[in-house]
Structures are given as C-alpha cells and as structure tokens.
Write a protein that binds this ligand. Structure first.
Ligand SMILES: N[C@@H](CCC(=O)N[C@@H](CS)C(=O)NCC(=O)O)C(=O)O
Length: 252
C-alpha cells in the first residue's frame, strides 16, 4: 500500500451497506474521510469517480465500488492485528458464504421493509437522509423528496404486500442465524470476530435499532407502532440479541 492520504468514503450515511464499510474501517483503525450525500446528490459524487451505488472507497490503489470488495481490500492492507477474514481457508469460505447471504438477501429485505414502513413519513426520512450531508443538499429536500420517493417505490417494488414479504424473509434469516448461534458460540464463524458478524449486524441494524449506530438520528419512539412492534419482536430473538451485542461490544 502506498497510501499517503486518508481514504475517501462516498456514502449515503444511513445506508446499511455504508455502515458495514464504516464499521470495518473503524475496527481496522484505517483513517478515512466520509463524503456523505443525500440521495440523489450521491449520484454526482459516485459518477465523478466512475461508479453508481454507495459505498465507494477511493484509495491511491484504485477505487472499490462494492462493500464486499472494499472489505477484502481493507483486510489485504490491514497492518493491525485485526484481520476480519479468517486465515483458515475453510473458515474463510464460511465467512464469505454468510456475507453473501446477508448482502444479497438480508440487506435487500431490511431496506425494502424500512422504506415500505417509512417512505411516506417526510419528517423521519428527512432526518434519516440529512445526517452529516452538506447543508445545501438538505435545502433541496422539499423539492427532491416527492421525486425520489416515487422512484424508490418503483425501484424497490414497494407495496404493502412486498413490505410484509420482506419482513417474513428477515424473520427467516434471523431464524437461520439463531440456529448457527444455538451451540452458544461467541461469533458466527470460528472463535474470531469477522466480516460475517459485521455484515449481519450492520445489515440488520434497521430492524434492531442499535443505540450505538452512528448515523441513526431518529428517536425510535417516533416510529409507527407496527414498526416498533416488529423491531421489538426481532430484538428479542437470539439473532437480534446477538446483533445488538455486536454493536455494544465491537462497534467502537
Ligand atoms: N451490493 C452493494 C449494494 C450497495 C447499495 O445497494 N447501495 C445503495 C444504498 S443502500 C445505493 O447507493 N443506492 C443509491 C442508488 O440506487 O442510486 C454493496 O454491497 O455495496
């Protein structure tokens, strides 16, 4: 690694995929500057480095446009003792399989569930989207909100039914994780905190509302009653308690 400056991390701060990367950077004590944007302003920042979605990590070795690739890169350059992928190939394979399951299924479901419950709530969305972003972007919120909301309805296929299906899918993955943890293990794979634990907890964050989450500014008591009861239900599962415990003990 030839890096002389802190990395640039382009984010939509409330995005749980961005939180996954922020967590790994913090854990590995790698200095970075977060460039946070409100949708759709992130598109200007991502396009300027030739990407689209957030997170994007810009380094002197190149740019990385997917959270999984970013975590692999970080591990390859980490100078600390904190390696987030096990060195044992079998354990590494298990970590990678879980990371993929959480990225492809859990993260997609928790985002769909969250937006299906909140996308009509202007105040909560404004709080969620404007945390730490440039002030001038927040000034455009009243104009861009109706447009981005209607695009999001289409893009994520949000209906009352799909929100319910997403919740059922989250419950299923939580059940799968609870089964893995049933033997009393401390971490999801091996005896070591890994990318599997970060990915599960970060992508589950919208449904377990961990108090340590650095970018969640909404008072959870203001959330709709149905959402609060769904959060409470998931917080009380073995997997939910595990994710809360990862936030409490491994996030900072
Ligand atoms: N598989 C990608 C997912 C990234 C992703 O879906 N990012 C969303 C935020 S949650 C995004 O940037 N959306 C903005 C857009 O669609 O324009 C990763 O792991 O990095």
């Amino acid at each position: 690694m030839t890096q002389t400056k802190p990395f640039r991390l382009i984010t939509i701060p409330i995005s749980h995929y961005c939180e996954k990367v922020r967590w790994a950077l913090t854990k590995q004590k790698i200095s970075f500057v977060e460039e946070a944007h409100m949708p759709p302003f992130h598109l200007l920042a991502t396009a300027s480095v030739g990407g689209k979605l957030t997170p994007i990590l810009v380094t002197e070795d190149g740019k990385f446009t997917d959270s999984t690739d970013i975590l692999k890169y970080l591990d390859s350059i980490s100078l600390t003792q904190v390696k987030l992928f096990p060195t044992n190939p079998e354990l590494r394979k298990k970590v990678e399989e879980l990371e993929e399951l959480f990225d492809e299924k859990l993260g997609v479901a928790t985002r769909l569930w969250g937006y299906s419950r909140l996308l009509d709530n202007r105040k909560i969305i404004k709080n969620a989207w404007s945390n730490g972003v440039p002030f001038f972007e927040t000034m455009f919120f009243p104009v861009i909100f109706p447009v981005v909301r209607s695009l999001a309805y289409k893009k994520f296929g949000i209906t009352a039914n799909s929100g319910q299906q997403a919740y059922a899918e989250i419950q299923q993955i939580f059940e799968q994780v609870s089964q893995i943890l049933a033997d009393g293990r401390k971490y999801l794979v091996g005896n070591q905190f890994s990318v599997a634990d970060i990915t599960f907890a970060a992508l589950a964050a919208p449904v377990i509302a961990p108090p340590e989450h650095p970018k969640s500014r909404n008072n959870s008591q203001e959330l709709p009653a149905q959402m609060l009861s769904e959060i409470k239900q998931l917080q009380e599962t073995v997997a939910g308690k595990f994710a809360l415990h990862m936030y409490a003990t491994e996030r900072f």
